[in-house]
Write a protein that binds this ligand. Structure first.
Ligand code: 13P
Length: 250
């Protein structure tokens, strides 16, 4: 059975004390303990947040990026070993903000995926089209290419450590969320791709999350779609009340 997962991607938000306060408020809230909650703060918060959440069995942490390199001579780099050593279980790879701001290509992302998987980190692999590709209806081909080049080289055992997040770029931070129909259509398409590449069991065991202006108002409808297994939440994950309300939307 695939897992229900809600991830809070803090991006480049929150000073240290603000991050600690947010986690404290999340931990003291009542939420559905059948849902797997993943907090993805900046690298500076990651160790602290991992420590704070370590005794909660359904709450874990994620890095927002990792290096694909094993070289020590990489100023500013953060290796997968460093991430794992902080008790972190996931890493987000391929977020559109990294693809566009850091020019990360599918091939570079594939190297990060390999590095993460071979070091036993679970991968939250992001894909998503821009508004032009949505309008000219080339988004299925585009998403297929991102997924094929980024993660379909993995064997089925390796792939069991991958969660996919569909995040249409036009919906991120815009308040313009995908409709549940638009999101479900893509999630079903992605699950079919997994079925063709691997098999029915792998496809039905893979969690596929939606991200892009998902909030406490629209989460219930999005999460009720048959191929939507949770959310990758940006802005709304910065408020404990909103984030917990999203977790409780299943
Ligand atoms: P928003 O929820 O702020 O639209 O961000 C989505 C996102 O990019 C999560 O990774």
């Amino acid at each position: 059975m695939r897992k229900k997962i809600v991830v809070g991607n803090w991006k480049m938000n929150l000073l240290r004390d603000e991050g600690v306060l947010l986690v404290k408020n999340i931990l003291k809230s009542k939420f559905n303990d059948k849902i797997n909650v993943v907090l993805a703060p900046s690298f500076l918060h990651l160790y602290k947040v991992s420590k704070m959440t370590s005794s909660f069995k359904n709450i874990t942490t994620s890095a927002q990026d990792c290096s694909s390199s094993t070289s020590n001579s990489l100023t500013g780099g953060v290796s997968v070993e460093m991430i794992s050593s902080c008790g972190v279980k996931f890493v987000i790879i391929g977020h559109s903000e990294r693809r566009s701001n850091f020019n990360e290509t599918n091939i570079q992302l594939q190297a990060k995926v390999n590095m993460a998987i071979s070091n036993k980190l679970n991968v939250i692999f992001c894909c998503g089209e821009n508004i032009e590709k949505r309008k000219n209806k080339s988004y299925f081909d585009f998403l297929k290419n991102q997924i094929t080049e980024g993660i379909f080289h993995l064997n089925a055992k390796q792939f069991s450590n991958v969660v996919i997040a569909y995040e249409p770029i036009w919906a991120i931070g815009s308040g313009n969320t995908a409709s549940s129909f638009q999101a479900q259509e893509v999630h079903e398409f992605i699950r079919d791709l997994i079925k063709i590449r691997y098999n029915e069991t792998v496809a039905s065991n893979t969690s596929i999350l939606y991200g892009g202006s998902c909030n406490n108002i629209n989460a219930k409808e999005l999460f009720s779609q048959k191929d939507i297994d949770g959310g990758l939440i940006g802005g709304a994950s910065l408020s404990a009340d909103n984030f917990v309300s999203i977790i409780n939307s299943f």
